[in-house]
Ligand binder design. Sequence first.
Ligand SMILES: [Mn+2]
Length: 360
Amino acid sequence: MKLGLGLYRDLLDAENLRFARQAGATHIVAHIPGQFAGSGRRQIITSDRTGEGFGVSDPADPIWTYDGLAQLQRLVESEGLVLEALENVAPAHWYDVLLDGPLFDAQIARLQQLICDMGRLGIGTMGYNFSIAGVWGRSAAPVARGAARSVGFHDPPQPPIRAGMVWNMVYDPERFDPDGGPTIAPVSHAQIWERYHRFLAAMLPVAEQAGVRLALHPDDPPLPTLRGAARLVHSPDGLADVLAASPSPMHTLEFCIGTLSEMPGGDIYAMTDRYSRTGRIAYVHFRNVRGRAPHYDEMFVDDGDTDMLEVLRILHRNGFDGVLIPDHAPHLQCAAPWHAGMAHALGYMRAALQLIARTG
Ligand SMILES: [Mn+2]
């Protein structure tokens, strides 16, 4: 297994790549859904259930062009790292794919072009989250060890999603009004699955041609419905339903240990065994939590309900040889809270990988 670091759009620079390399990472996952409101603030843990969500999605960000991706890849490689994956498409590029709107076909064509560009560059994985409500509803609090600041989900009231927003980001600032205005219609499970199947039917042939894996992240928080929108993967069997949609080797999973361990009635060790046996885990989000939906808090990797070392043992036993990245991590009290939190997670993961390489 390989150690990677996920960097948000506004952290993708030489300094942070050097930080990753110094902490022992060899691979980078670029998390690039567009500019967040208050650039530079995103890496700080904040509540994501303010009216504006994560902010406005910028469709014009040059990183989404072939040249932009090539430049990013050169930057990553110039620091001695591999650009393993892109994670998440900008909501501004595919809102009508998620919402079944009039631009469905045009936006699919845009996504197909992105996959072709990635294939030409040899960026082998596109992580994505096929979700209308997205990651929403967590609030920040000093709940991790030693009152470290982290995020938790505690069954908040769920206002409907305002028009102009999807995936907890604003794609149409003209239409979006956080305090009023229209809301989107409820979405059923049949509807979201139908959209997902159409998405796969359009994207997988292109992904196969390009040699790019599409890797689905489960819904976080894993609730059947959030803000009136049904969710694709919210239970232990959900990923099996996803994999059953296509046998394509390009149809893979972004295996989020944190989200899966939040699932009511789930056994994270059984899920890890079951899904790593399929050989279709593209890469892993490494995160520990305490509690389960609809009440849980995100913890330090060595301090939640899950024995992360045991999860790694299962992955190793089943032949998983891909990249692990820390998911979100609690902040450490110091001048660089996000970086210290990540360095702590990376150090734990590196030690765990060395131990498993030695002892199995
Ligand atoms: Mn995750």
